[in-house]
Ligand binder design. Structure first.
Ligand SMILES: NC(=O)c1ccc[n+]([C@@H]2O[C@H](COP(=O)([O-])OP(=O)(O)OC[C@H]3O[C@@H](n4cnc5c(N)ncnc54)[C@H](OP(=O)(O)O)[C@@H]3O)[C@@H](O)[C@H]2O)c1
Length: 290
């Protein structure tokens, strides 16, 4: 099957190309060759004639989106509209990547796919906008909401913690946001599974379990032999970030389980795999002895 992946150079896109490349004809597109906010999007999809488009391209800088909500909407909502319209023209299915930030985090229990969205930030609103255009425009679609992505490729929280830990710390990390860290490679495999079963609808897909960013940081440092580096908990408000974040955005992978699919492994196991994969890329910082 031919699959077009947008955002192919991003954290998830790299993993999608690696995973879907086994058994499928996969074409990846990204900036600067393809900007999804331009009419080139229609041409790229028409020329490729894919069976599915996996749309992972997005402006993911949450604070940047808060400072420039128009640009957030242009890329994440209107860019998605172009991708969805192009899918309709060629009859391709569309997998759209969305986020736990569509929720306000006030539910106090894991979110179901059917829970009402209530984004707190411009980024969250722009991704909700993307979801709405996908449902309205794409002929066949799956919306995959995920959270707290980390992978061996690209910049992410795991790498930042290891780099800061290797510099000796001390670290201060928020302990009043709880979510589900998710390994980009595991998510790419889950998307491959959805495609192989031709499943449509809205799915929450994360690694199993949840934690605060502070607990995540401690687990990361322990795993790389830097448990001695002090990690002090702090409140989100102390950070003074422009964009509000949901305090509790754990996603119940309910539709995934209802479709008979196996839950993704617990995030601590996925973390071990990511660190091993990162090590093979040789850019894991030299670690201190325990
Ligand atoms: N990261 C997370 O924790 C997280 C959590 C929940 C959901 N998600 C969603 O999962 C998806 C993948 O996330 P990710 O972490 O892989 O993001 P990422 O690493 O930021 O990758 C996104 C890619 O899209 C590209 N892009 C940005 N604007 C574009 C445009 N106008 N036209 C074409 N490409 C453009 C980016 O290029 P540049 O780097 O050059 O800007 C980047 O290569 C996104 O839809 C995101 O909203 C992510």
């Amino acid at each position: 099957m031919r699959i077009l992946v947008t955002g192919a150079k991003g954290q998830l896109g790299v993993e999608l190309l690696a995973v879907l490349g086994h058994g499928h004809d996969v074409i990846g597109v990204d900036l600067p060759e393809l900007d999804i906010t331009t009419p080139e999007t229609a041409r790229a999809v028409a020329e490729t004639r894919p069976s599915w488009v996996v749309h992972a391209a997005a402006w993911t800088d949450v604070d940047g989106c808060e400072r420039d909500p128009q640009q957030a909407a242009l890329v994440n909502t209107e860019g998605t509209r172009r991708v969805a319209a192009a899918c309709r023209t060629v009859g391709a299915g569309l997998v759209y990547l969305s986020t736990d930030y569509v929720f306000d985090g006030r539910k106090g229990a894991p979110y179901l796919e059917t829970d009402p969205v209530a984004p707190l930030s411009a980024y969250g609103r722009s991704k909700v906008g993307g979801e709405e255009v996908v449902r309205a425009v794409a002929p066949r679609w799956a919306i995959v909401r995920t959270a707290w992505l980390f992978g061996a490729s690209g910049k992410n929280f795991v790498k930042t913690m290891v780099e800061k830990g290797a510099a000796g710390g001390p670290l201060r990390v928020v302990d009043d946001q709880v979510g589900s860290p998710t390994y980009a490679r595991d998510l790419a495999k889950a998307i491959a599974e959805l495609l192989s079963r031709d499943l449509t609808g809205t799915y929450h897909v994360t690694n199993a379990g949840s934690c605060s960013w502070h607990a995540f940081a401690c687990a990361i440092l322990k795993e790389v032999g830097m448990a001695h580096v002090p990690v002090t908990p702090m409140r989100t408000a102390e950070l003074g970030r422009p964009a509000p974040r949901p305090a509790f955005s754990v996603l119940a992978n309910h539709a995934w389980a209802a479709a008979g699919l196996r839950p993704l492994r617990p995030w601590p196991d996925a973390l071990v795999s990511m660190l091993a994969a990162w090590k093979t890329t040789q850019d894991l910082p030299r670690l201190r002895n325990r």
